[in-house]
Design a binder for this molecule. Structure first.
Ligand code: UGY
Ligand code: MN
Length: 244
């Protein structure tokens, strides 16, 4: 029997935990043979939008006026941009600058994590160009000298980029060394494993498939539990003055 009226999902003023049992699908403008689970958006108080796009074979996303970042969670996709076509397999990602014409299409049934954010320019710094990469080609680095907690920065650190997307992998039992409280907001998709997430004054069991939004200054801490690593894809605003 279903747990009537019960869910691990929780919405508080400084965070959202959205678990798969509460996902509702919608179709965003221009999508074909595809649907979206919108995880966070300006209507929530976020300064970016994140959704999971579920595409049938040959399904496609609509256009985006904002910058778009896509990460292949499952299946295979192809990106047509700047007169070239790029194959994106599981673990591949693409950064598409604002107002850049492109077509992102599924080659087989696929799931993509999509982040969209309007660009905050800096005087004298050109917008980044489109970029295609693969998580497995990016060397990981230990966070604060802890080899059990590895970070792969998917985007270059240069200040042309106004956001960062990282993959963080925790060995079983590893944890953040401190409760973080910082100006950046986060969108986080659990990819593998699980553990306990502290958000604000609450502690939640989390597992692969869950999404978390953290408002700026939301107290946060994670410890990985279980016998396999915990891995998540995490967005943060980056390289810009907080003076908005
Ligand atoms: O990049 C970060 O702020 C990251 N360490 N935060 C987190 O994992 N909640
Ligand atoms: Mn953080």
């Amino acid at each position: 029997m279903k747990a009537l009226g019960h869910t691990r999902s929780a919405l508080r003023s400084d965070h959202l935990l959205q678990t798969p049992d509460t996902f509702v699908r919608t179709v965003l403008p221009g999508m074909s043979r595809a649907s979206a689970i919108v995880h966070c958006a300006p209507t929530l108080g976020a300064r970016f939008t994140e959704y999971t796009a579920e595409l049938e074979s040959l399904g496609a996303l609509g256009p985006s006026l904002a910058q778009r970042f896509a990460y292949v969670l499952a299946g295979a996709a192809s990106l047509e941009i700047d007169n070239a076509e790029h194959a994106l397999s599981c673990g591949a990602f693409a950064y598409i600058p604002e107002r850049c014409a492109h077509r992102l299409e599924a080659v087989s049934e696929s799931r993509l994590a999509i982040i969209e954010k309007s660009y905050t320019p800096i005087a004298g710094v050109a917008q980044p160009a489109a970029l295609i990469g693969d998580e497995f080609a990016i060397p990981s680095q230990a966070l604060m000298d802890d080899d059990a907690l590895q970070v792969r920065p998917l985007l270059p650190s240069d200040c042309a980029f106004d956001f960062a997307v990282n993959i963080m992998t925790y060995a079983p039992g590893a944890s953040l060394s401190m409760v973080e409280i910082h100006v950046m907001e986060h969108g986080l998709l659990m990819l593998e494993g699980g553990g306990i997430y502290r958000l604000g004054e609450s502690w939640y069991p989390v597992e692969a498939g869950d999404f978390i939004w953290m408002r700026s200054f939301c107290p946060q801490w994670f410890g990985a539990l279980g016998k396999s690593p915990a891995k998540y894809l995490i967005y943060k605003d980056w390289n810009r003055s907080p003076q908005f």
